[in-house]
Ligand binder design. Structure first.
Ligand code: NAP
Ligand code: F7E
Length: 341
């Protein structure tokens, strides 16, 4: 039972990822006690948690292991559960379709079943995705648009999405699915196209490389900022009734335009450096995705605040700062070696 003045507790899976880190910062700012599920890793993978790692409780767990999920729920006794964990890179889902379905799809069913059994009062957020629309039947896509996933990742997320809807309808759990379009930040993983382009622009401007190899330059995405999008996750769990929302900016840009913005920011021309490499072209993909987030605007009062250009420029600057930091460290290391200290 919740005591007066007892802090709200949130359990976050995927806390080491991009969204997990921004969401945790938001929850801590709101006074939550935050528990994060982390899986074992041979080498440390906690750089995104640098701002808050001493302020959260970390619990060992994996979406492949039901017993660890039950334990995490029993130990955290959460009021809110945010499921952000997934194998989230689309090309890997073509190479490892079964593992992707196991974690990104069935893993969610494991967590929902654990929730139903040991924490049925907790509110649950599922990280659904615009990749479920895939070959979209209409533009823009909203909460009623039919799904037609174009990748094993999309298929796994559709499984998870319907499992979330089913646990809401069948058991009356407070389960919400946020259908989020692409969102990025300086904390984006290095293989996603925005981070790949931002890092290359920063490296090329410093003379560290000369070419950037990409796949489909004509693909169009609706790109927002992770910091804006995690706010929508939290808002969904504060409503009186659970329901699903599309979260998007409503504007699309092509990969080609992304390159132009990033390279212009460092005084270069993208055309002089970008080369197409067919190995980065996917077997099948969603060519254009654009979201209609009017339900989120009307019911949650949610709006994106960071523009595409500002976000890409922030990413290029952050990539540059990381590079300069590395070279400063390397110089200091070499100096220390030479002086024998
Ligand atoms: P991300 O950076 O790839 O983070 C994924 C997180 O999942 C990491 O913390 C990872 O842990 C964890 N994870 C992977 N496999 C796991 C497993 N078997 N058990 C437990 N944890 C596991 O993803 P993101 O960009 O923050 O996205 C967050 C969620 O939103 C994901 O579910 C993604 O599919 C979904 N989504 C993302 C976008 C987007 O544009 N960013 C759009 C729509 C939906 P490690 O650090 O140990 O690898
Ligand atoms: O690709 C094209 C590529 O890998 C974006 C994940 O967070 O958002 C993300 O999935 C576009 C695609 O993201 C390269 O073909 C061209 O059209 O950054 P991405 P994604 O596949 O859209 C959704 C909403 C999620 O849910 C996912 O978890 O860029 N593209 N050339 C390239 N993409 C990559 N990665 N690398 C290239 O060289």
């Amino acid at each position: 039972m919740t005591q007066i003045n007892e802090p709200r507790r949130a359990l976050v899976t995927g806390i080491t990822g991009q969204d997990g880190s921004y969401l945790t910062e938001l929850l801590l700012d709101q006074g939550y006690e935050v528990y994060g599920v982390i899986r074992h890793s041979a080498s440390r993978n906690d750089w995104r948690m640098a701002n808050f790692s001493s302020r959260v409780h970390l619990l060992s767990g994996d979406l492949g292991d039901s017993s660890s999920l039950v334990r995490a729920l029993l130990r955290s006794r959460p009021h809110e559960v945010y499921n952000l964990a997934a194998q989230s890179f689309v090309p890997t889902s073509f190479e490892q379709p079964l593992q992707t379905l196991e974690i990104t799809g069935l893993g969610v069913l494991r967590l929902l079943e654990a929730l139903r059994q040991v924490a049925p009062e907790a509110r649950f957020y599922q990280a659904s995705t615009s990749e479920m629309f895939g070959q979209a039947r209409e533009m823009p896509q909203n909460e009623r648009t039919a799904f037609h996933p174009r990748s094993p990742y999309g298929v796994a997320k559709v499984t998870a999405h319907w499992a979330t809807v089913n646990y809401r309808e069948a058991y009356g759990l407070f389960c919400c699915s946020g259908i989020l379009f692409n969102h990025e930040s300086p904390r984006r993983g290095s293989d996603f196209v925005t981070q790949k382009v931002a890092t290359a622009a920063a490296r090329i401007s410093r003379g560290l490389q000369s070419e950037l190899y990409l796949g489909n330059l004509d693909a169009q995405r609706d790109w927002g900022h992770s910091r804006d999008f995690v706010r929508a996750m939290w808002l969904m769990l504060q409503q009186d009734e659970p329901r699903d929302f599309v979260i998007a900016t409503g504007a699309t840009r092509s990969v080609r335009e992304l390159c132009q913005v990033a390279f212009e920011h460092v005084g270069l021309r993208a055309d002089d450096h970008v080369t197409i490499d067919p190995s980065f072209v996917r077997p099948k993909e969603a060519k254009q995705l654009v979201g209609d987030a009017s339900a989120a605007r009307d019911q949650l009062g949610w709006r994106p605040t960071i523009s595409f250009d500002a976000m890409i420029e922030e990413m290029v600057d952050a990539a540059g700062e990381r590079l300069d930091g590395f070279s400063r460290e390397a110089r200091q290391g070499r100096k220390a070696e030479l002086s024998g200290s």
